[in-house]
Design a protein around this ligand. Structure first.
Ligand code: ATP
Length: 591
């Protein structure tokens, strides 16, 4: 299965455009009263617009013909007033609609964000962050015009078109038929264009997502890129992606742009046909020139909304791809969910048991094969083994970041599947090498561990892990604002803050996955004391490649080939002269 990266396009799911549209329109239901008000305003505007040609006809065929200047002025004042009202009403309509569509975008974006937060690790494993971002930002934005124009264009223009046709037929059905003779041509033209246009816009959205994914990955790794002086390669890749993006846009737009000329052509044919039929065939003369002028205006009033409708249709097929991508994420169920009858995990002591656990990420390659072990509350277990052996996988399963295919995992005899995920994770502290810090103050970052922690508890936690001293040396101490990801602090300092964050959460079960690997020896000595305090009274799993950091573990599990190959204290394992002994010798012979 191809891995989703910025190099390849996302897969599309085939959903019906109508169903997507209806689902989108469901968000409008909440605003139905405001929308009805907007439609009422628009009906007044349409009525005024429809009256205008009648005023012109009246002015020419009646007042001008009979030389009634006073009547003409009265008619002019009336026309001016109703048209000013129309302009004001259009402003009100635009304001209300833009408010409604912005509120809907907010709602969709919130829904999407909340849903994404619930999605499991496997969702994020399978797609780049940039592509997810592109859905939350770009795709949601693309809905704005569809929502607004559905009310301001679709409904009123459709009504206008119908009303104009009725008026024309009532006034003179022969002229009406002549004016509308080119309609079938238009229908065929638009049908042909839309068939391909939607596909092309879909491709465009995917290419945009690729560009986003690349930019996100590139900026996240900018330090590595610069240190490897790989700017040239990344610029080249970026150029390629930009070209693909541009070409997909041009290809889609070129097709869309052909709709305008089709409408213009039909409009021209209709107008020519109207005058030809009116003057040549029906012999309309100077006596009823007003009728012909009114028809000329009606024909504009017919084709102009048709042009709007076709633009709207264009917009719809352009942006419906965005809606599809949003709903696809909303319809992705989280893999890891609570069963219906779960209970909240009560405060645990911290016993852990793996009972015949087998696990695979992709249902094909078995990563853990029938793993069995029991850990007593308060024990510190070190996991060692070659890279890719499955150490992180084991600890991820304890937090239930993935579900196992076979066997059971118990915490204090509670099967993980029978307790709520939230209550489980609340009692766990997980620290990885990537100790992500958020924008905000140091205090806020530590409090992330437990939102109701007091300032005193935060300081206490920082003191325990030896972070307090360096924090106090910063200009604003605990109120120092951190940059994104904690940039501006040393790696060791970031890890100390992450330790404090975990400390404040008072977890019953602690997982340190490579947590100390990038701390230099001096800092490591500093945090060692803190870590020991952190481990005290807690069941802990420590993964560290450097064997020196795990000597104090109660037991060491040597993981290899999907299972625990050896276990015991460091001393026992050395005496055994097995895998651990070899790992130990390999590391220490160079020292
Ligand atoms: N999210 C994932 N999706 C698919 N396969 C994965 C995923 N994470 C890890 N693997 C695979 O599972 C195996 C075990 O990985 P794991 O991260 O548990 O190893 P590890 O022992 O912790 O390695 P290291 O010491 O290098 O961190 C590896 O073959 C790895 O490629």
């Amino acid at each position: 299965m191809a891995v989703d990266t910025f190099r390849n396009d996302e897969k599309s799911t085939n959903t019906s455009k109508i169903a997507t549209l209806l689902r989108l329109y469901r968000y409008m239901l909440k605003y139905r009263f405001k929308i009805v008000f907007v439609l009422f305003i628009m009906a007044i505007c349409v009525a005024i617009a429809l009256v205008n040609p009648l005023i012109i006809e009246e002015a020419i065929d009646n007042y001008i013909k009979n030389g009634d200047i006073k009547g003409l002025i009265r008619l002019g004042i009336f026309a001016a007033i109703i048209n000013i009202v129309m302009v004001l009403l259009i402003k009100v309509r635009m304001y209300i609609m833009s408010k409604i569509s912005n509120e809907i975008l907010l709602e969709v974006r919130q829904e999407l964000y909340t849903h994404i937060q619930k999605l499991s690790f496997s969702f994020f494993d399978s797609r780049p962050t940039g592509k997810v971002l592109s859905r939350i930002i770009g795709d949601v934005n693309s809905l704005k015009d569809v929502l607004t124009n559905s009310v301001t264009t679709l409904i009123p223009d459709f009504i206008t078109v119908c009303a104009v046709v009725v008026i024309m037929i009532v006034k003179n059905y022969k002229l009406a038929l002549a004016a509308l003779v080119s309609l079938p041509l238009m229908a065929i033209g638009i049908y042909c264009v839309q068939r391909f246009s939607h596909l092309r816009w879909r491709i465009f959205r995917k290419k945009s997502a690729n560009v986003n994914a690349f930019i996100h990955e590139d900026l996240s790794g900018i330090r590595i890129i610069q240190s490897l002086t790989a700017e040239g390669e990344t610029t080249e890749t970026f150029d390629t992606l930009l070209h693909e993006h541009r070409n997909s846009f041009i290809s889609a737009v070129r097709l869309n742009d052909s709709i305008g000329p089709i409408i213009d052509l039909c409009w021209g044919i209709g107008t020519a046909s109207l005058y030809f039929v009116g003057i040549k065939l029906l012999g309309i003369g100077p006596g009823s020139v007003g009728l012909l002028v009114a028809f000329g205006t009606y024909i504009s009033m017919f084709w102009s909304p048709i042009l709007n409708l076709s633009n709207f249709y264009n917009q719809l097929i352009t942006n419906i791809a965005g809606a599809e991508r949003i709903f696809e994420i909303l319809d992705t169920p989280p893999d890891i969910v609570d069963d219906s009858n779960v209970i909240a995990l009560p405060d645990v002591k911290g016993d852990i048991r793996f009972d015949h656990v087998s696990f695979s990420y992709d249902e094909e390659t078995l990563i853990l094969d029938d793993v069995n072990f029991s850990v007593k509350a308060g024990e510190t277990i070190a996991l060692v083994g070659p890279t890719g052996a499955g150490k992180s996988t084991i600890v991820n399963l304890i937090s239930r970041f993935y579900d196992i295919q076979k066997g059971n995992i118990y915490v204090d005899n509670y099967n993980l599947k029978e307790v709520s995920i939230e209550s489980l994770r609340q009692q766990m502290g997980v620290m990885t090498q990537d100790n992500f810090l958020f924008s905000g103050t140091i205090k806020e970052n530590i409090r992330y561990g437990r939102l109701d922690a007091t300032d005193e508890e935060i300081i206490e936690a920082a003191k325990t892990v030896n972070a307090h001293d360096f924090i106090m040396k910063l200009e604003k101490g605990y109120d120092t604002e951190l940059k994104e990801r904690g940039n501006g602090l040393s790696i060791g300092q970031r890890q100390l803050l992450a330790f404090a964050r975990t400390m404040v959460s008072k977890p019953k079960i602690l997982i340190l996955d490579e947590a100390t690997s990038s701390i230099d020896t001096q800092t490591e000595l500093l945090v060692q004391e803190g870590i020991e305090a952190l481990l005290k009274g807690r069941t802990s799993f420590v993964i560290a490649h450097r064997l020196s950091t795990i000597q104090k573990a109660d037991r060491i599990f040597v993981i290899d080939n999907g299972n625990i190959q050896e276990q015991g204290s460091a001393k026992e394992l050395l005496e055994k002269k097995g895998i651990y002994y070899n790992l130990h010798m390999a590391q220490f012979k160079n020292i």
